[in-house]
Design a protein around this ligand. Structure first.
Ligand code: FE2
Length: 131
């Protein structure tokens, strides 16, 4: 039997277009806010067509030494070129890039997942330190 953890793929984002790349400062001062950018296809753009696209990104924060993650964002990318005229006719596309602002007084790990409607689930992680 497979479990969810068996389904997540990861790779170097410089050679794999599905990886959710997490850009944020490595550390923040207690009480300040951390801007977190998550971008799928940062180095190699992922296709964005009605038939093949990134459908969503989720982000979690796991405080160091704790068991349960906190979901810090979920973003649906809902427009992929389709219209009443058919697939790839609208010229309207949501790009798989988001920014969220995180406040935490705990150090830990930001985890991101992305979902391609054809190539499944992908993951990435980044440690941050609260000073
Ligand atoms: Fe894909």
């Amino acid at each position: 039997m497979s479990t969810m953890k068996d389904l997540y793929q990861s790779a170097d984002f410089k050679s794999e277009k599905h990886v959710p790349v997490i850009d944020a400062e490595d550390s923040l001062k207690k009480g300040s806010a951390l801007q977190v950018n998550i971008n799928v296809g940062k180095e190699i753009p992922h296709p964005n067509t009605t038939e093949h696209h990134i459908a969503w990104v989720e982000a979690y924060f796991l405080p160091k030494g704790e068991k349960f993650p906190y979901q810090i964002g979920r973003f649906e990318f809902a427009s992929h070129g389709g219209s009443s005229q058919g697939p790839n006719t609208s010229t309207i596309y949501t790009q798989p890039t988001v920014t969220l602002v995180l406040k935490t007084e705990k150090s830990g790990t930001i985890l991101a997942s992305s979902y391609c409607n054809i190539h499944g689930l992908w993951e990435n992680a980044k440690d941050i330190t609260v000073e």
